[in-house]
Design a protein around this ligand. Sequence first.
Ligand SMILES: [Zn+2]
Length: 263
Amino acid sequence: MAGLACQQAQSAEQIPVAVPVAQQTIPDTVMEQPPADTLAIPLDLDYIMGRFDPSKHPDFVLIDPQYADKTGMYLRKDTYKAFLEMYEHAKKDGIQLKIKSATRNFYAQKSIWEAKWSGTRTIESGENLAETTPDPKERAMKILRYSSMPGSSRHHWGTDVDLNNLENGWFAEGEGLNMYNWLKAHAGEHGFCQPYTAGRPYGYFEERWHWSYTPVSAKLTAYARTHLKNEMIDGFLGSESAPMIDIVKHYVLGINEACNSTD
Ligand SMILES: [Zn+2]
């Protein structure tokens, strides 16, 4: 059978004939894929609130596992391109970046949030919030110490990554401190900014691992400032707490001012 297959492969019809590049027609599917740095910015509320599937979105790409500590994570193509440039720059300087988390859509965040809201999962302090915290605002504030509210997360956008370690303490000494100092000095050269710095008046706590690709995310933040309302953040258990907390002003917009600039 192997011989037969070989003979078939060599029949005249199946031998590929070289066509000069100028005469080749490029399939439409290729033509429709814009280069990563010319993707349109999706100024759209469903996008801002993460109501889409990144695995099916044409602007998203699967992260190569060599840059990450798990498989199946996605980023926007423009963000991924910039990340790979930053990765190579860091590597030359002896810094090994690794993506721990990337895009998480509304539905992924909803399952985390609702597990904590309903007490099927205890929060980091060990508390079952359904038992300890009946007040919705108070309960939401406790979840927000470690998890974002569905619809309010920058991880929805495909522009944000968590790098290497999810403890600020890791970035306070040794390898982690070297990395953090490198990121503070050079991430901006590649368009990345730390949105959750220490000392902001409100919003998520300091996260030294969380970096955002501002050529896209600053425009999404600006759009959220004018279009996103607390009442739109709903569709999950405990969403009545969103206006009580003023989730848009305090959490979506409550970031390091430097990350609002696209310069
Ligand atoms: Zn993050």
